[in-house]
Design a protein around this ligand. Structure first.
Ligand SMILES: [Fe+2]
Ligand SMILES: [Fe+2]
Length: 359
């Protein structure tokens, strides 16, 4: 298998990259389907049924098709990318596709294994959306001759087991942070069209409304089962918030060119995304991370420094590499622990859960 930092030059490299399960790469998940089957959404029935109507209305059914200008823009813009920038963009496409497809597989597997009509219906709609998203990204990879074999990926990538409640915390956050990322990029490029170096970004606005709605679904499930938001579970919420934010921060800072090419400063972009995600997550989580606290920010940049040192040691190889990487592991664990011990901000939950995607 190719090293984590190996360039993507052939379809084989792209497929190998998608299969990798490192700390920073998107993973595939499986869960306890019987427990999923027992989920009751009756306490939020009114909001739930309205959401189902939105899914059924499928306002994005015709969105994921390329327009006439797409191929021309690709032909004009892609040769202008530097080799380094091209690598970062390919890496972005492969990891975005993997993460879209991860949702597609998980939702589809839940759909197949449950009889509970509410959960089955929801999973059918969400799998439909994620399959469109993954397919649309794969078309762009094919422009480079780097299409991913999704059937093969489904068979060969490792699956991580998560209890349903961890699926709810993690997936809720990844859907909402996905929305926040896409809308921040879209709004920025709306104002700076000369920085739009690939046509795919024109699709982001309607695309991220799908992600927003997926997040709403998990918010309703959690609000219908309020024990998931109380007591010891608060510690899990805090853990997932920090894990998701820290992973995004380190990954984005590892490929800063992508944001710079759009005229975005990576640090500022990440903290904007955190702020939006925190505002949204108040619909369901009783606590949030104090991301504007200088101590929090120092902790995240420390995690990035450690990750860089770890990658450098890996690249160098040899006997000392293992020792250096072990030290990095301990340092990362310690830094994460200190971030985890920081005080959180507390919130009252609103009466109505649903929110409009108004960013
Ligand atoms: Fe998606
Ligand atoms: Fe989604």
């Amino acid at each position: 298998m190719a090293p984590v930092t190996a360039p993507i030059e052939t379809a084989r490299d792209a497929n190998e990259k998608a299969v990798q399960s490192t700390l920073l790469n998107p993973r595939f998940y499986t869960t306890d389907f019987d427990a999923m089957d027992r989920i009751d959404v009756e306490p939020v029935r009114k909001e739930w049924d309205l959401m189902m109507q939105e899914y059924e209305g499928d306002n994005n059914h015709d969105h994921f098709q390329r327009d006439a200008a797409f191929a021309d823009e690709v032909a004009l813009l892609m040769p202008q990318l530097s080799p380094e920038m091209r690598q970062e963009f390919l890496d972005f496409l492969v990891s975005s596709l993997t993460s879209e497809f991860s949702g597609c597989i998980l939702y589809n597997e839940i759909r197949k294994h449950v009889t509970n009509p509410d959960i089955k219906q929801l999973m059918t709609y969400m799998a439909r959306d994620e399959s469109r998203h993954a397919g649309f990204i794969n078309q762009s990879l094919r422009d480079f001759g780097l299409g991913i074999d999704l059937g093969d990926l489904k068979r060969t990538k490792a699956y991580t087991y998560f209890k349903p409640k961890y699926i709810f915390y993690a997936t809720y956050l990844s859907e909402k942070i996905g929305y926040a990322r896409y809308i921040t990029i879209f709004r920025h490029l709306e104002k700076n069209p000369d920085k739009r170096f690939h046509p795919i970004f024109r699709w982001f606005e309607r695309w991220c409304n799908d992600e927003f709605r997926h997040g709403e679904s998990f918010a309703l499930i959690m609000r219908a089962n309020p024990h998931l938001l109380r007591g010891g579970n608060r510690l899990w919420i805090k853990f997932f918030l920090l894990a998701v934010y820290a992973t995004m921060y380190v990954r984005d800072h590892t490929r800063p060119m992508l944001h710079e090419a759009m005229g975005l400063e990576t640090d500022e972009y990440d903290y904007t995304v955190f702020r939006i995600t925190t505002d949204i997550s108040k619909q369901v989580f009783p606590l949030s991370l104090d991301t504007d606290n200088p101590k929090f920010r120092a902790g995240l940049s420390r995690l990035f420094e450690i990750s860089k040192a770890n990658d450098a040691a890996k690249e160098k190889g040899g006997v000392f590499s293992y020792a250096t990487r072990a030290v990095c592991g301990i340092q990362a664990f310690w830094t994460f622990g200190r971030l985890y011990m920081m005080d959180t901000l507390e919130h009252e939950l609103p009466i109505n859960t649903r929110m409009a995607a108004s960013w």
